[in-house]
Design a protein around this ligand. Sequence first.
Ligand code: NAD
Length: 502
Amino acid sequence: MSGATVTVNAPNGRQVKVNTGLFINNEWTSAKDNATFASINPATETEICSVSKASAEDVDRAVAAAKEALDGPWSQLDGTSRGKLLLKLADLVEAEHETIASLEAVDAGKTFTKAMKDIHEVFEVFRYYGGWADKHYGQTIDAGKHRFAYTIRQPIGVTGSITPWNYPLIMVSLKLGPALACGNTCVLKPSEFSPLSALYLANLFVKAGFPPGVVNIVNGEGREAGARLSEHPDVAKISFTGSTATGKQIMKAAAPTMKRVALETGGKSPVIVYDDADIPNALKWVYYGIYANQGQICTSTARIYIHEKIYDEFLKRFLAYTEKHAIVGDQFKEETFIGPLVSKTQFQRVLDYIKIGQQEGATLIKGGGIFPERPDGKGFFVQPTVFGNVTHDMRIATEEIFGPVGAFFKFSDSDDIIKIANNTRYGLSSAIFTKDMIRAIKVSEKLASGMVWINSSNNSDYRVPFGGVKESGIGREGGEAALDENSVLKTIYLNLELTNDE
Ligand code: NAD
């Protein structure tokens, strides 16, 4: 049995061949009962193709392949050899940069410009972890007279990865890159809203020379395929990026086998603009922090606190900046900054929040509607939206919207604003704008979030640890931190003084 191959025609003329089956043991197979689901183009609402939908039994097959591969040729490769495979993979992704970006733009609604940046990051992430593969090791520790201990880094085993739709392939690279560098094997379940780029990547693993079973990719629904992967007794670690609600379910599913859990979940991040901020710089980043990727970013700085002395002026200039830059429409046009939201569900959810904001008494200053890009009215486009007069208890101020909707607040007291910024169940990121670096550093230390940007927003880098506190997650991706998360630190004691108490 093998999954079908389809050709996806991107509007930029690229024709991309994708195998839509389940990728297990370096082979393509169909799902049980040939089950499939449709992958939808969010700009046109038409079906791109149907994709094999893994059942729990299919996930079991993938896990069994990954388990067997742990003891196969993969286990004979040292860090340097694993690194070479990752470097080869990075080269293959780079060679297909535009093709993969075109596919992701069609499947996830990303602007092609953004998708090109994302895929650039994907091959750099694989390259980065390829470089790390033989440079992550233990220590020698003095443990008293005639005794010492040393630590070694070992693979955890089979790792399960569950990814969301907003950065489909970047998330895959951030999970699989360090997992493979550390010698683990992988079962990946991508989001059912953006399954195609991961399927395209599958063949590149084979081309790069990864042995069968080391990487397995099974698309399917969260509640079946994702749930089975999370609870599976042979999966030693589950790494998840997605909503906080799902993250909690995954923790529960993982508890009986006490597998390692890494969660990158939701956020409602604050940005604080003090009255001494460099305004043109703050405008650029506040705009980027709320509208990039259609606002579908977990670290989106959607709570925008502006000092009262500059509030009116800032808001006026922000609206003018948005008018000029936030061009909505066809994601393949160069000038477009805001493409469609990923799905009908997400589209409806964002429109519902806009209604809720109005019902709660916030002032809708800009946008708020559907963007009629196509004459037939199709496509999940939402206008860039700005709310003013938002109060801290409103749902649009406390709940993650995950769309191009910013809430503006006025503040006056510099101490009070830290309490207000921290008054959320989330703690992923924060941003502050000020020219006073002593204040910037002191405030960053007090903000209850995993990451803080000073004088920018949402410009994360894969070489730097990424992750949240509170209900925004557990663990870190990116940088060297991800290698610790993907390996077991084993301690070995060595006693040099042999005794004879006979
Ligand atoms: P989601 O939680 O609905 O789905 C994410 C993934 O989990 C998908 O692959 C889905 O199939 C799977 N899933 C769903 N239910 C499951 C279950 N019961 N068991 C196992 N897997 C299950 O999230 P989404 O809508 O795809 O993504 C948006 C959310 O992701 C937002 O809340 C956003 O903040 C968050 N996110 C967080 C980060 C981060 O790094 N912190 C990054 C991107 C997105």
